[in-house]
Write a new protein. Structure first.
Length: 292
């Protein structure tokens, strides 16, 4: 009898490739929160356990300042912003945060990492637990490149449609999968989380805040999950960014269109004077190290 692993995994990838969107948006692919598993379903963990303490990647030479600094022409990398609660994320005009959901995925995630390296900027990757289980080496690669890793549930379920206990178990399972992939690397999962489909509830947000988990929201949705070309994604995102002047940008590192448009997008940010802010947990120092 054939193992259900390949078919289930391919189904997961197909769903993720279709994109991720707000629960308020309808009529697009990836709006069906059907639970998918790579392996046979298992009973959810009864306790919403805390993820391992975050261990920031080693800082690099010339790390940016923690507080806003005067703009200098041609400088794309901005400050590093320690975040302990949602209210800590205060961006000045011209500052953006790059976030990538749903990965990691072979092919696209490494290409995105290379592009970010070339531009000298850092991002936050909100990973799906199943993808971390399937590609632990990519989880480790993202961390080794100095990026912050947050969680995005285990199998991208719509938590708003689940009981509170089941939703918290799903969140905890995703965290544990990502933490397991990072085990032994010296890096850890940050206490950052994003709701799949951006579908939250006041009760879940309150539970996360009480536990010290920071929900990373979205100011600018690139809508790269729609079946359009990379140029369209770039132009749409830039247009909204120019109007807002700042914000947290939502991308997905599972889409080839996103990987292909990212170099041009970063070039446009630099030419227009924007700076990319790096988010790190509040337990880390401003330049990426640990507090004593």
């Amino acid at each position: 009898m054939r193992s259900p692993l390949p078919a289930a995994f391919l189904a997961l990838v197909a769903v993720l490739l279709a994109g991720c969107q707000s629960s308020k948006t309808t009529g697009f692919a990836y709006n069906n929160p059907t639970t998918l598993t790579i392996a046979a379903p298992t009973a959810p963990a009864p306790v919403y356990s805390a993820p391992p303490v975050y261990s920031a990647p080693p800082s690099t030479a010339g790390a940016p300042q923690c507080s806003p600094v005067p703009q200098q022409p041609g400088m794309l990398a901005g400050r590093t912003l320690p975040v302990s609660r949602v209210s800590d994320i205060k961006l000045a005009r011209g500052e953006v945060v790059l976030t990538f959901d749903d990965g990691p995925r072979p092919g696209t995630t490494p290409h995105i990492l290379d592009t970010l390296d070339a531009a000298g900027v850092k991002a936050t990757f909100m990973m799906v637990g199943q993808m971390a289980d399937a590609h632990p080496q990519l989880v480790r690669k993202v961390a080794s490149r100095g990026h912050t890793i947050g969680s995005h549930s285990y199998d991208h379920a719509n938590l708003k449609r689940m009981s509170r206990a089941d939703a918290l178990a799903e969140i905890g399972r995703g965290e544990r999968a990502i933490a397991a992939a990072l085990s032994g690397t010296g890096h850890g999962l940050s206490p950052f989380f994003r709701f799949p489909y951006l579908a939250d509830t006041p009760g879940l947000r309150s539970a996360m805040a009480q536990r010290g988990t920071v929900v990373i929201d979205v100011d600018i949705d690139s809508k790269d999950y729609l079946r359009t070309d990379g140029t369209t994604v770039m132009n749409r995102t830039l247009a909204e960014l120019r109007q807002r002047g700042r914000g947290i940008i939502l991308f997905h590192d599972i889409h080839p269109r996103t990987a292909s448009m990212l170099p041009g997008f970063l070039n446009a940010l630099q030419s227009e004077g924007f700076r990319v802010v790096r988010l790190v947990p509040g337990g880390a120092t401003a330049c990426g190290g640990r507090t004593s």
